[in-house]
Design a protein around this ligand. Structure first.
Ligand code: 5AD
Ligand code: FES
Length: 347
């Protein structure tokens, strides 16, 4: 396939919408080749710690939204978060991803205290935060306290579409502003979007790709929409696995050096969804390190996989899957090859 160093909108829309099996396979092969050129066959492992499912926001798709009657709420205190990190370290992880809803119980100071504790014990590990929208000062404090990376999916770059998925107090412009701020501070920054969410059009997906080209994030999380019980969008159909894979491949081709996870949501919709993502250019997996007794409550969507397994079991399973697909598990920090735009000058 002659892809396309600077594809036009029409060319991208063509590959977003194609259902032709041969064209899709060419697209995935091209994405695999680009990924191999920049990252070889390595697949990076990250330990995911879901530390709170309280959230003050009310995103219409999300199973842990504020007004969900279904979510059983939990939060891990700093000691338990640290214990998860220790277990993760013993299992070989060199990246901890701390993810949670926007839980007002955790102040910026509180987050910084947790970061300092982790940093003191694990000076060389990468610490990734995924805790939503904060002001610039808080992001700077997180960075100084030792966080290196920040994941904040933009969810959709179509403005009307964003408004259809979120309550009026959430704005795409603010989400984008947060991402540019994070990048500016010196975080390895992750954006990302859902595929097949209600009201999405091919033009929304084109806007996602164009936004990513502008932001040039070090990481991009892409997963299919999956209905979540107790949410206003519970009755809408789930996203398509093939369309999600095409978006993974197109993102790899447009941002060759970005880190792309094979997401749990893809694994939820298809038994081999994550393997298919690896074959379409993805090169990261995020096994779950959250304590087993709270796993099933971090239910962003229905039927989420890996909620019953021990962390060690999750790693073993993921390693086997990665190897069986022809790739090589890599437990090192695995920093992105996209250079940082800025370093925060402290002091
Ligand atoms: N289906 C798929 N992904 C979802 N997320 C939240 N709710 C859903 C859902 N119903 C994703 C969002 C969020 C990430 C943590 O989980 O993209 O950024
Ligand atoms: Fe928590 Fe959207 S519902 S951030």
């Amino acid at each position: 396939m002659k892809f396309l160093t600077a594809p036009s909108d029409d060319e991208l829309l063509h590959y977003i919408t194609t259902e032709d099996p041969q064209e899709m396979e060419e697209l995935f092969a091209a994405a695999r080749a680009v990924r191999e050129e920049y990252y070889g066959l390595d697949v990076y492992f990250r330990g995911l710690i879901e530390f709170t499912n309280y959230c003050k926001n009310d995103c219409l798709y999300c199973g842990i939204r504020r007004s969900s009657p279904c979510a059983r709420r939990y939060r891990l205190d700093p000691a338990r978060i640290l214990e998860c990190c220790r277990i993760g370290d013993r299992l070989g992880f060199r990246t901890f991803v701390l993810q949670g809803g926007e839980d007002p119980w955790f102040t910026a100071e509180g987050i910084c205290r947790i970061l300092s504790l982790i940093r003191r014990e694990f000076p060389d590990h990468a610490i990734t935060l995924s805790i939503g929208e904060w002001d610039r000062g808080s992001y700077e404090d997180f960075f100084r306290a030792g966080a290196n990376r920040y994941l904040l999916r933009h969810e959709t770059a179509g403005e009307a579409h964003y408004n259809a998925l979120h309550p009026p107090d959430m704005k795409l412009s603010e989400r984008k502003e947060c991402l540019y701020t994070l990048r500016d501070i010196g975080f390895q920054t992750g954006a990302g979007f859902m595929v097949g969410s209600p009201f999405q059009t091919p033009e929304c997906l084109l806007a996602d790709l164009r936004f990513l080209q502008d932001l040039e994030p070090q990481m991009v999380g892409i997963g299919p929409f999956i209905p979540a019980e107790g949410t206003p969008l519970a009755a809408y159909p789930q996203g398509s696995v093939n369309l999600t894979l095409r978006m993974v491949a197109l993102t790899r081709l447009l941002l060759p050096r970005t880190l792309l996870p094979a997401t749990t949501a893809l694994g939820t919709l298809a038994g081999d969804g994550r393997e298919q993502a690896l074959m379409a250019g993805a090169n990261v997996v995020m096994p779950n390190l959250s304590p087993q007794n709270v796993r099933k409550f971090y239910s962003l969507y229905d039927n989420k996989i890996c909620t019953g397994d021990e962390a060690a079991e999750c790693i073993r399973c993921m390693s086997l899957r990665v190897r069986a697909t022809g790739f090589v598990p890599n437990m090192s920090r695995g920093d992105s090859k996209i250079p940082l735009r800025a370093e925060l000058r402290v002091g």
